[in-house]
Design a protein around this ligand. Structure first.
Ligand SMILES: Nc1ncnc2c1ncn2[C@@H]1O[C@H](COP(=O)(O)OP(=O)(O)O)[C@@H](O)[C@H]1O
Ligand SMILES: [Mg+2]
Length: 354
């Protein structure tokens, strides 16, 4: 089944160029636990589909361990999918000759969570920014240096910072340098894996604004990974909510934030201050992806679970402009979802709503 995020085209706006399209992407790891035991299959990502157009941001949200970074690595062409199709700027990005793959790798760049770990401490900023040009282009040394300085200015840093080492900068400045490095080869898609999670809240907003400005200026597509719905609300056009490797809800941010139709999305929103009048604290651990629940992946923690949920896995279906994988989402279409008292959930009305 191919399930794709409803696009702007479907919403009556002019269609835009599709930068990346993923269809039924999967990634399974083989886990060996001892010499004489058969390996187990860990399905980190199961059946994810989406497309991102030029100038648009798809945010992927979910708890730690749900498969976000694995998805990011596949989209950034660092890791091969176990199954599924991936098309980047109109070209099959999985089954390609090494030469063509190298070219495609320039079209997608990654920004990581930790700007301390991702910048080589022994390299000056000038080298950090110029090396991708030295490897992939025929530009001369002065041309490379000029481009690096231009890029520093573009990300809000002084060109003379090129002569400094990464440790001389604050966390926010280092993340700006990492973004500058990612942009040196003029990519079409930026995959940002928790890019502001390690930064102070005041700095987060600055980096998010920078990403938004760069997107408007350069028409970049973003795959933005975060566990924080407050950040997602700031930056996303579309949202994909992941749970245990699966997409449980997927569609335009405005629809999903206004009325989440999957109980997991409802719980995520309720756990983010200021986004919901309800507080739902999910009890129980995230199940192991080595031993996922039968039926619906969320059935072991869902406040609305019914017998059918444990037997039959709900397939994503279109409801109120988004895809939702729940047998009972219709009941959330009008009014706030009722929170039952006999289920492992704590519902506490928030004292003040910020
Ligand atoms: N290289 C790997 N080998 C085995 N298991 C892995 C590997 N990478 C990730 N996993 C497992 O896949 C699942 C998803 O991990 P990850 O994509 O890092 O999630 P997230 O980024 O959402 O925290 C986890 O259960 C993790 O332990
Ligand atoms: Mg991760």
């Amino acid at each position: 089944m191919t399930a794709v995020t409803p696009s702007t085209a479907a919403m009556g706006q002019a269609p835009n160029e599709v930068v990346v399209e993923a269809s039924n992407l999967q990634r399974t790891y083989e886990i060996r636990r001892g010499m004489f035991r058969a390996p187990s299959q860990l399905r980190a990502v199961g059946d994810i589909s989406f497309r991102i157009e030029r100038g648009r941001t798809l945010a992927v949200v979910g708890e730690s361990g749900c498969g976000k970074s694995t998805l990011a690595r596949m989209i950034a062409l660092i890791e091969k999918p176990t199954a599924g199709q991936l098309t980047l700027v109109g070209t099959d990005a999985v089954n390609q000759a090494p030469d063509r793959k190298r070219e495609l790798r320039q079209a997608v760049q990654l920004v990581f969570q930790n700007p301390y770990g991702s910048l080589n401490p022994r390299k000056k900023v000038s080298a950090v920014l110029e090396d991708p040009l030295a490897i992939n282009t025929t530009l001369s040394k002065p041309e490379r240096a000029a481009k690096a300085r231009e890029m520093l200015a573009r990300v809000g840093l002084r060109p003379e910072y090129a002569n400094r080492y990464p440790h001389m900068f604050s966390g926010g400045q280092r993340q700006r340098i990492a973004i500058a490095r990612a942009l040196m080869l003029s990519p079409r898609l930026l995959v940002a894996d928790e890019p502001v999670s390690a930064l102070d809240v005041s700095i987060q907003a600055q980096v998010l604004n920078l990403l938004a400005d760069l997107q408007a200026e350069l028409g970049l597509a973003y795959l933005f990974i975060s566990h924080d719905l407050g950040v997602v609300r700031h930056i996303a056009h579309d949202v994909l909510v992941m749970y245990l490797g699966h997409a449980v809800e997927q569609g335009p941010k405005s629809r999903i934030f206004a009325r989440p139709l999957h109980p997991y999305t409802q719980a995520l929103l309720a756990s983010t201050p200021g986004l919901s009048s309800q507080r739902i604290v999910l009890k129980g651990e995230l199940p192991s992806p080595l031993n996922p629940p039968s039926g619906c992946v969320f059935s072991t923690r869902c406040p609305h679970v019914a017998p059918r949920c444990r037997e039959e896995r709900p397939l994503p279906r279109m409801l109120d402009e988004r895809l939702v994988a729940c047998h009972f989402s219709e009941k959330f279409l009008d009014g706030a979802p009722p929170v039952r008292a006999d289920v492992p959930v704590l519902a506490v009305p928030m004292a003040t709503s910020p």
